[in-house]
Design a binder for this molecule. Sequence first.
Ligand code: ADP
Length: 455
Amino acid sequence: LEQTYDVIVIGGGGAGLSAAVEAQAAGAKVVLLEKMSSLGGNTLVSGGGLNVPGTDQQKALGIEDSVETFIEDTMKGGDNINNKELVTVMAENALSTAKWLVDKIKVEFMSDRLQQFGGHSVPRALIAKGNHGTDLIQKLKAYGDDLGVVFKMETKAEELIVDDNNRVVGVKATNTAGQEIIFNANKGVIIASGGFGANLDMRKEYNPEIDEKYKTTDVAGTTGDGIVMAENIGADLMHMEYIQTYPTCNPKTGIISYVANSRFDGAILLNQEGNRFVEEMDRRDVISKAILNQTNRESYLVWGQEVEQVGNMTELHKDEYNNLEKLDLIYKADTIEELAEHFNIDVNSFKATIEKYNKYAKNGKDEDFNRRGSFLPIEKGPFYIQKVAPAVHHTMGGIVVNKEAKVLDKEGNIIPGLFAAGEVTGGIHGTNRLGGNAVTDVVVFGRIAGENVVK
Ligand code: ADP
């Protein structure tokens, strides 16, 4: 079996879909290969948050922001080892990309809400309708259908095909029947197959610490295939050891908890002994490590109506809430004492911690951990307590690319015909990706790859 297109895109998450629609819109005939039976990847299960400086939402809320501040925050969050050229491209293109998503793709963002994830100096994340990636993926797919992009599901890219001049000219793939299909590419191949968070062996190979004690938030398809395929034909890799854990996941499944994002609205983290142990707005790696040092390697998130009213997380994520309740991972009660008793936490120290915190909130100064961002008391019931634990969430490392999304070899030369975008690439997030930066990264660089492959 053999088929010929102008452009082959490997992977149907946010990066692959953005690349495919841009290449097709520029006049190319595009095929997108997705190994799973549905599109979306980790982008689909994300919170649909996208950092963008200078939006109407920021203006309406009186928030001052700039491309420069966004770059600074991102660099600092990645311990300044990020590829600054890529960070700059992401930051400079964020606003036009958000406009493209709204005007062209018809993605709907909440008009009156922004989120401030850890490490950002101001609230700058647009939140897609429903606070998940569904709208983004469905609308990109619909736009791709209108344009005539060919989607091949359950088709797994196995190998890149290279000609005598070391130019990438196609992809060897297999379908679920085990048949091999050769896809020839007249113009080029874009790898957008995501990270390797769901590949335990690969995680341990690059960072032995991130072993089976961590579950993962990632979808099953993120096994690093594209990284291996690119490396096999000489592509350079970078930052492979930097693997991010998300601090507040379901301790039983590893699935990310969006109810627990009440943390950004002001919820606090306590341990089994009823004490706080970390600044709730610190970086994901810092909080994750701190939680793993607590009893049972778990933590409790606690909040009341002051916080609930800000983001209505238990309402917005009602399905998740009901599920957590069934698993006895969340509990709602009218008094603080009941929360502590439910999870066998020492009532007196639990109460003392919350009373002390409420005093800090009133004085506007957290004397223990210097909390940034939303800083509200926990006085009005009903109250919530949720059990959370860290899980592998994002792999910062991957294929080395330049700002045109072209893949580089170990000598820094461009590998002709090969592009990569999204989580499969390395360098943009340094040691640690900030919340809301993945979707900005994948859509900005997916589009850049799609534009450049047809040039
Ligand atoms: P990004 O955010 O970079 O777009 P995602 O995780 O959202 O990454 O999407 C990556 C997609 O690539 C997933 O849907 C995954 O199933 C798909 N994928 C991974 N490996 C392959 C492969 N070998 N062939 C085809 N699709 C793949």
